[in-house]
Design a protein around this ligand. Sequence first.
Ligand code: GLP
Length: 625
Amino acid sequence: MNNGMNPDGCKEYVIGSVRCQVSQDADQAAVLVAQRIAQIIREKSEAGEPAVLGLATGSTPVPVYQELIRMHREEGLSFQNVHSFNLDEYYGLKKDHPESYQSYMQAQLFSHVDIPQDQAHVPDGMIARENVEESCRKYEEAIEACGGLDFQLLGIGRTGHIGFNEPGSQANSRTRLITLDPVTRIDAARDFVGLENVPRAAITMGVGTILNAREIYLLAWGRGKASVIRKALEESPTEDLPASLLQGHQKIIFALNAMAASELTCVRSPWTNGQVTWSEAMIKRAVHGLSHKVGKPILKLVDRDYQLNGLEELLSLYGSAYELNILVFKRTQATITGWPGGKPAADDRSRPVPSDPTEKRIVILASEPGVECSPLGGTLNRLQKQGHQVSIVYLTSGGLTVSGDAVNRLQNLLAMIAESGGVLQSSENLSSGLLELVKKISDEATTEQAIRSLIRKHHSALAMSALNLSESTHHLSLPFYESGGYRNFAPSDQDREVFLTLLNKLQPHQIYVSGKMSDPSSLEGVCWQLFEDTMSDWGEWKNTNQIWLFREGGDRWESHEVDMAVPVSPDERALKEVAMAKYPVEIFLDKMDGALRVANDYDDLGLPEYEEIEAFQLHKPSITA
Ligand code: GLP
């Protein structure tokens, strides 16, 4: 393995036979990938040959397509000689279904460039069962007839799938029908507004089809992908993790942003790769990592553990394991506090939060209703009990997560009430009456969306009342969400203005916010960007403000990244569960154990054993006062 900075400003690592380009952010990485695609298209065009591209869907390739569209518009990049073959398509979805990959490709690329429609291929998801095999064979033949794939673009799923090649897919598999993994379906549930709407099968190019491409780029952004990227690159190739089968390819490049690369050994433990300058954060990471690796609490680590694990240099810096253990143990211990708003009149020199002022104005920024309970329900409860002025700010309505079924149920219930009370003669009357009413009280784009937003607002009101915080909520319903959709959120100055005005009004001493580590196209990623964009216009209060980053859903901080660890007692855990139960269960599908896992990590390090720990990292923005 070696590494270096390449002229485009991204770091290059070589892991086995795979080149990794690590850019600071996703847009920067996407531009490099788009430039490579454009180069292939142009070279092939000059040679009078077709450029045969394997294309991918999902949020990840969106910035690449945006850059290609820009090049088409501004630099004359033509797609006339491009023959494209998409990786996959949901089985059973009509072409014009909003979630079909055919619709996706039209919206994200095809309709914006000059690719001839008959050269843009997406597998047919509506083919009858008995014809699937033949259709898949023809797809392969069509690729071959064009001369094979010059370039294959890939994203990666949480199961390690490429295309829809789920775990178990063989290295020589070809285009075929496949059953989707439950994890993949859960991840798609948001796009389909409910797990029940997600297809159970898909047609996908095989791993073998992909490996036949002459050049492959796999893209990943955000911390959510870091773990699967590490496995794909550092573990032995296995069918259990199809992306790892790319390791043998002669020209494979992983284009990552810093967050997606953050678990790679070369990034995470640079000392294994040569000499480093030891920072406090790096020492903590090394000692925590060692403790987890050898399965011993910090205070039981001995010199030999350090020596056998490449940390000899740390020993010589600190004299012995004993000194180092105590230093890191104490530093970690100091992150634990039951006073997330600061402990009044306490010596706060080594506490995460200053004691003054005793009563703080605290703002919780939730990208949508539902994301606040699991990562900080216990902290919210404490802050409120400890006398702080807590404001929960829901940036968006969350209406996109409310299923049509929930809207129908609400209408049916109201119809039943009205009918049984003789208020209205028929349920149709009531439905239209309800729509009229909502139109009057709402200025949202569509009435249906307004009802969805109200349903989610109702859930959050119940949840916050369970935590005794019902008086403290603000629903910003930022316009970018109401007029957008996943992968297509485009915040404007109006969103920024609404957000900024509220922050400057609330003048918080503490802000809790998520999304810094997320895929920038995800809702929390977009909200983080909006938040960061407002910083330069914060009032005087910014000088005394602390920003605490939480991680949404099942994501969690690793123990060495935690600056404040708020213990959750069994009673508080029960309270959180009551609050969470106010939201429909699908909001928390598979995403509830982040705080539990942090508690286990702390326990393993030899710190006190808690029911849960809600963990936060201090954000240090580079703004000038
Ligand atoms: C789907 C697609 C994959 C894609 C994956 C990740 O499963 N079939 O091709 O890589 O989603 O999607 P995202 O980029 O949205 O994380």
